[in-house]
Design a protein around this ligand. Structure first.
Ligand SMILES: Nc1ncnc2c1ncn2[C@@H]1O[C@H](COP(=O)(O)OP(=O)(O)OP(=O)(O)O)[C@@H](O)[C@H]1O
Ligand SMILES: [Mg+2]
Length: 336
């Protein structure tokens, strides 16, 4: 949410579907959001809700077939990326948007040293010669706080710990000096302490180099202190979109509200307070009405019949719930 600030990326009504033998998977279905220069947006939601497909759409890397961007605009620095040819798009990917992929093997090749991979990316994107590119690669490894960067430069991905590998991937994504870093679950596979360190690193990089960040995670607990805005997705759609504090303390959507209540505190070794019963619907056959209604403790009749529009529950706070103003007063409620 850019609130009139200098918009870097604006996604409008994006629909990305997969045409499979089983039917059309509406992975991303009418998603809109914006990121200002230097802003960090967290995209949060359970597995399969369309987070990665949203990011891949921005990068124009949706596997096609079966995937297709059916509708929408992706405007980066005033230009619609969906109207660019392959060469122009490669330039945007190479020089403006860096991405850390969810699958680490997409980013790091096991048969080359970490250093040579980063160096090569730098040579390609920034046009530096081999020596300069190596110096820059070592600097980047230092920037992401890899100790003994000079020595580690010569190591292979399997010689790195999980956390170090993640740092190397961040260095790789930064090699093109991007304005926007898309980080898809950058810390999910890591233990809690390392997770926190990676988040700190991303927060620090934002400050130091004025990077805008799109941080994808299924865990709302890790985004505090890193992102200022949260986009909550459910079944391919945006269900809540607001400043992080408002989503944390005044959620206006039962799904986001439940996610909040299921966040374990990093400083407490407590069990999750609440788990969301049931599982997300198939994106091929969505239930009528609100996609969350079968699992929603507050659902009323209308929720099973009519799809709720995304509306402003309060200024700058979007929610797609029929009872966005006061859902807690409806349905069975939750006792916990
Ligand atoms: N190549 C593909 N072919 C068919 N369906 C796909 C393909 N890639 C993704 N999907 C479907 O699109 C939907 C959204 O997937 P996506 O990977 O964006 O989820 P996600 O929110 O990133 O989940 P996770 O937290 O598990 O990474 C899922 O239903 C998934 O099965
Ligand atoms: Mg994903």
């Amino acid at each position: 949410m850019t609130n009139g600030k200098d918009t870097l990326l604006e996604v409008r009504n994006l629909r990305t579907w997969f045409h499979t033998q089983e039917g059309v998977v509406r992975a991303v279905d009418g998603v809109s959001f914006a990121i200002a220069r230097g802003e960090a947006l967290a995209v949060v939601g359970e597995s399969g809700c369309g987070k990665t497909v949203t990011a891949l759409s921005v990068m124009n890397l949706v596997p096609s077939p079966p995937g297709r961007i059916e509708e929408g605009e992706i405007v980066f620095e005033g230009r619609n990326l969906l109207e660019m040819n392959d060469r122009e798009m490669r330039q945007v990917r190479g020089n403006n948007i860096g991405m850390i992929f969810q699958d680490p093997m997409t980013s790091l090749n096991p048969v080359f040293t970490i250093g040579s991979q980063i160096r090569e990316a730098i040579q390609v994107h920034l046009g530096l010669n081999r020596r300069e590119a190596k110096r820059r690669a070592v600097e980047l490894l230092e920037m992401v706080e890899i100790p003994q960067a000079e020595r580690r430069y010569k190591m292979y991905p399997h010689e790195f710990s999980g956390g170090m590998r993640q740092r190397a991937m961040i260095a790789m994504a930064l090699s093109c000096e991007p304005k926007l870093l898309i980080a898809d679950e950058p810390s999910t596979a890591l233990d809690v302490t390392i997770q926190a360190q990676i988040m700190e690193l991303i927060a620090r990089l934002r400050q130091e180099i004025g990077l805008a960040v799109m941080l994808i995670t299924h865990d709302l607990g890790v985004v505090a202190g890193v992102a200022e805005t949260v986009l909550v997705m459910y079944a391919g759609k945006v269900v809540e979109y607001a400043d992080i504090d408002r989503v944390y303390y005044n959620s206006r959507h039962p799904y986001a509200w439940s996610l909040m209540r299921s966040v374990p505190r990093l400083d407490e070794k407590k069990d999750r307070l609440l788990t969301i019963g049931g599982s997300p619907p198939s994106l091929i056959n969505l239930p009528p009405g609100c996609s969350f209604s079968p699992r929603c403790p507050f659902a009323e009749e209308i929720c099973f019949q009519e799809e709720p529009p995304l509306v402003e529950a309060e200024s700058g706070h979007l929610s797609a719930c029929h009872f966005a103003g006061d859902f807690e007063k409806h349905g069975q409620g939750v006792k916990s």
